[in-house]
Ligand binder design. Structure first.
Ligand SMILES: *Cc1c(COP(=O)(O)O)cnc(C)c1O
Length: 235
């Protein structure tokens, strides 16, 4: 199938899941994950209506940025503080904030260019050693600390990556935990710098379950672009 047809199929499944969860189809944002795919493929997706794309490495954003049509770039992978400076002017949201130190660096670099950055706090609800992210227990205090010290950063919600199962149904309890945590955070007293709008969860294997459980932003790569060809040094 073509990239355009794949996008249509993903949208149909995403919208069906939104309706099953009692929401309207347009309540869920599709971020097309373009890592290891070419600018030509990305432009094809943009021509087919994609408005938001996600990359997990700073290097890939920089390599493709000038070759891709105007679109909203999201940084969804682990971010090292020493690379923040290179991307703050290019992305609209950073999904992978998992420390105050990283948020402070984003704040500093954004202040120097007069920008406010939307960020998501990455939560590892399953507490898997293989994944980045803070624990559920640490989440509210990190959000408060970011709001206290980072005027050029707005916490826009949470991001999580579910454990992988061949049967996506097995992911459901983890999405449910993340939604509960998200709702608890959204119920915190209103304060400047916090606007809990996005719950970023769901990938190719599990996005329908994620949306049924309350995700309103899915990050889908393989179902749109096909398999990625990893070289040995990348993973
Ligand atoms: C690669 C990646 C995705 C997309 O994964 P697919 O299974 O290809 O849909 C989503 N989120 C993050 C953080 C990723 O690194």
């Amino acid at each position: 199938m073509s990239i355009g047809a794949n996008i249509q199929a993903v949208r149909k499944d995403m919208e069906g899941a939104a309706v099953r969860s009692g929401r309207s189809p347009e309540d869920v944002l599709l971020v097309a994950v373009t890592k290891l795919h070419s600018p030509e493929e990305i432009n094809e997706a943009i021509d087919a209506g994609v408005t938001d794309i996600g990359e997990n490495k700073v290097q890939e954003v920089l390599a493709k940025y000038d070759k891709v049509k105007p679109v909203r770039w999201h940084l969804i992978g682990h971010l090292q503080t020493n690379k923040v400076r290179q991307i703050v002017d290019k992305v609209v949201m950073i999904h992978s904030v998992d420390s105050l130190h990283l948020a402070e660096e984003i704040n500093k670099r954004c202040a120097s260019i007069g920008k406010n950055m939307d960020i998501l706090v990455q939560v590892n609800v399953a507490e898997e050693d293989s994944k980045f992210g803070i624990t559920s227990d640490e989440t509210m205090s990190l959000i408060s600390a970011i709001a206290d010290t980072c005027p050029n950063v707005t916490v826009k919600g949470l991001m999580m990556i579910a454990p992988f199962f061949d049967d996506p149904e097995m992911t459901r309890p983890y999405f449910r935990m993340a939604k509960k945590l998200f709702d608890d955070c959204a119920d915190m007293p209103a304060r400047a710098g916090v606007d809990m709008k996005y719950l970023s969860m769901g990938m190719t294997n599990d996005f329908q379950i994620a949306v049924e459980e309350g995700s309103n932003l899915i990050r889908v790569g393989t179902a749109i672009f096909g398999n990625r060809n990893y070289r040995s040094e990348e993973k």
